[in-house]
Design a protein around this ligand. Sequence first.
Ligand code: BTN
Length: 302
Amino acid sequence: MRAEDILPLLPEGIESWGTLAQRLGFTPRELELSLFQLSASGYPVLISERGAGLPFGTPAPQILFPLLKGRFGRPYQYLGVVSSTQDVLRTWSEATVGAVVLAERQTRGRGRFGRVWESPPGNLYFSVLLENSADPLLPLRAGLALLAAAGVGKLKWPNDLLAPDGRKLAGILVEAEGDRVFLGVGINVNVAPLPNSAALKEFSQVNRAQILAEFLWALERWLEEKKEAVLYAWSEQNVTLGRRILVRTGQEILEGEAIGLGERGELLIRTKKGVHAVYAGDVTLLGTADDVKDPKVGEGEA
Ligand code: BTN
């Protein structure tokens, strides 16, 4: 048996060496070796004198699957260390709509606008396969799902989840290729990797498997909601509208007041030169924690 094969058989919490070895048909020594191998591959295995297992809320399939409420989350790949879950999903030929790739750590996690997404162990890094229905509201729908899963914070256009003090809790990267969309989600659950980022555990008790299951279920539902409901819910839960902001689009930097959302989820900004509609861009909220940052690192990046 390969070390990876015993991963789905490990319990949530510690099980004694004797019971575990007997259940898996290993000698305690063989078992210990496999567990060390899993740990070296990036999986959060608990190994103690009493026994071994997985920390509570580990998003391993045997812990995640009973929590899933819809069809998203299957098929599922639970991995240790990868370059980026986006790339693993892209090359996974058996993946169907709702398939998820999750890794405990990424060596080349990427964020919006070509930024690096710091991916230390303890957080959630995953990608969901969606069909490309060219829905301009997809980023807002995904942001609403993020908020539902986190249970705390507000949304900065289009879908950054910010803590009440403006630090970044989570972000979403939407990449499309032909008829497929790769929705990449990074949630700082236990670790805030940068000074201007926050971790969910600062605000509530956290369980990674539960947060992932909630996100997938909320996403499935928000994808089906009417446009009006999405625009209304997003407007109710955001920290962008009515604020003085700076927006970097690919072409220009605009400064002004965020005055509304258009029908296609675009941000309307009133600048000295008039009202502009921005369809894709990076927003900085001026005069807040979001504004105080190292420009080399990038706003709200985590
Ligand atoms: C952002 O810039 O706010 C978006 C961050 C998205 C990060 C996630 S982590 C899982 C997936 N894999 C990646 O390389 N990026 C996304």
